[in-house]
Write a protein that binds this ligand. Structure first.
Ligand SMILES: Cc1cc2nc3c(=O)[nH]c(=O)nc-3n(C[C@H](O)[C@H](O)[C@H](O)COP(=O)(O)OP(=O)(O)OC[C@H]3O[C@@H](n4cnc5c(N)ncnc54)[C@H](O)[C@@H]3O)c2cc1C
Length: 359
């Protein structure tokens, strides 16, 4: 919807085809709602660039349009001296990525900021924050509609045929289907974006577009514990865990939860596995000593559309005009996992730039 709003704002006729009965029923409603700063991602990657740019754009959009958010700030905490080197490397990466205001804190400074957090050192990231993701989606959709875009619900893309001057998309709407013609086709289908690329005729194995589902579960901690920290609190990430490590997540009302883990799964199923409770507890106990095992209750889950399989190196977002695959006017957005929410306005600008080159 960010892409639709941006493209429509340039005077283009835009239609959003959405298979569900309304917007935001998939990944955009099942995430941590964190405005990331851009610390973790490889230098020069689309993830780093769109996250840093998106962070600034998102705060501006929130302030100008009354979208609920809070610039909480965040600490990445080392609990052992051996982790301080990794923290230092992360700090340098964040600085190289252009994240502003990052500082290293001593044990005493950590205590001063967050008296209930245990750590020997921490990175302080002042530009990290939280956002009401549903309010953001509503805003993008309203802006898109205001600029003339239309959204069709219960409209599932099931076929794509290349024409001499664009594409004919077959759309399934309940028991009937209809053709839809367009000059430019933008694939923003989240967990299903690899299938859309396949429908357009791309060999997704060869292109490296096949998605893996990586589940992220959350546990709530009870309201009384929510008040014990003010900022987002993260551990030092362990390579190959596929996530940032179990951390605190906060909503705009200040309710805290823990998550998400990162487990590769074969199916899209949002049930939380209660047996993960011990893993959650042991993951945070060292830096959040006030959390007790019995505080934790299964809450919700989301699924990351990951381009890298288990144990593989981090992959970047794919944002690509597929002209060289014989598909002029077809733009793929694949693997838009975290920080996709933060990056949304910057991704939208990038995609609009591609559309401008095409038309
Ligand atoms: C556990 C978890 C935590 C996360 N935490 C954060 C975070 O804290 N901060 C952050 O910046 N990012 C976070 N993210 C990432 C962020 O949520 C996603 O990058 C973002 O929401 C992706 O948005 P999207 O529009 O690409 O996909 P989606 O929200 O999945 O939207 C895709 C839409 O396409 C529709 N669709 C699919 N196939 C078809 C079809 N054939 N026909 C018609 N419509 C179709 C779907 O129904 C869906 O509505 C997290 C993700 C997860 C899973």
């Amino acid at each position: 919807m960010a892409v639709a709003a941006q493209v429509a704002a340039k005077g283009r006729e835009v239609y959003i085809l959405e298979k569900n009965e309304t917007f935001g029923k998939e990944t955009s409603s099942r995430n941590s709602e964190t405005i990331h700063a851009g610390i973790y991602y490889p230098e020069g990657s689309l993830k780093a660039e769109t996250c840093v740019a998106g962070n600034a754009l998102l705060y501006e959009l929130c302030q100008q349009n009354g979208i609920a958010h809070r610039k909480t700030g965040k600490l990445i905490v080392a609990t052992k001296d051996e982790e301080v080197g990794k923290l230092e490397a992360l700090l340098q990466r964040g600085i190289r990525n252009g994240v502003r205001g990052l500082t290293m804190l001593s044990r005493t400074e950590v205590r001063e900021l967050e008296p209930n957090v245990e750590g020997v050192a921490a990175i302080f990231s002042p530009s990290s924050g939280i956002i009401d993701s549903h309010a953001l989606m509503k805003f993008f959709l309203a802006r898109a509609k205001e600029k003339g875009a239309e959204i069709a619900y219960k409209s599932k893309v099931v076929g794509i045929e290349r024409l001499s001057d664009g594409y004919e998309v077959t759309v399934e709407n309940g028991s009937r289907s209809f053709p839809f013609k367009t000059e430019v086709l933008i694939n923003c289908a989240g967990l299903h974006s690899d299938r859309i690329a396949q429908l357009a005729g791309i060999d997704i194995s060869e292109a490296g577009y096949r998605l893996f589902y990586c589940k992220g579960e959350y546990f709530s901690v009870g309201n009384s514990k929510s008040r014990l920290v003010e900022r987002l609190i993260y551990p030092v990430p362990q390579p190959s865990t596929g996530g940032m490590g179990i951390h605190t997540v906060m909503d705009v009302e200040g309710k805290m939860r823990l998550g998400p883990n990162a487990r590769y799964v074969n199916e899209i199923d949002y049930k939380v596995d209660e047996s993960q409770k011990g893993f959650f507890y042991h993951s945070v106990k060292a830096f959040l000593p006030f959390i007790e095992y019995d505080d934790l209750e299964p809450e919700m889950a989301g699924i990351r559309p990951k381009l890298q399989g288990p144990g593989e190196d981090i992959r970047d977002f794919v944002i690509r005009h597929e002209q060289d695959r014989g598909l002029p006017g077809f733009i793929n957005l694949i693997g838009i996992e975290s920080p996709g929410l933060t990056s949304a306005p910057a991704i939208a600008e990038r995609v609009e730039g591609i559309v401008k080159e095409i038309l």
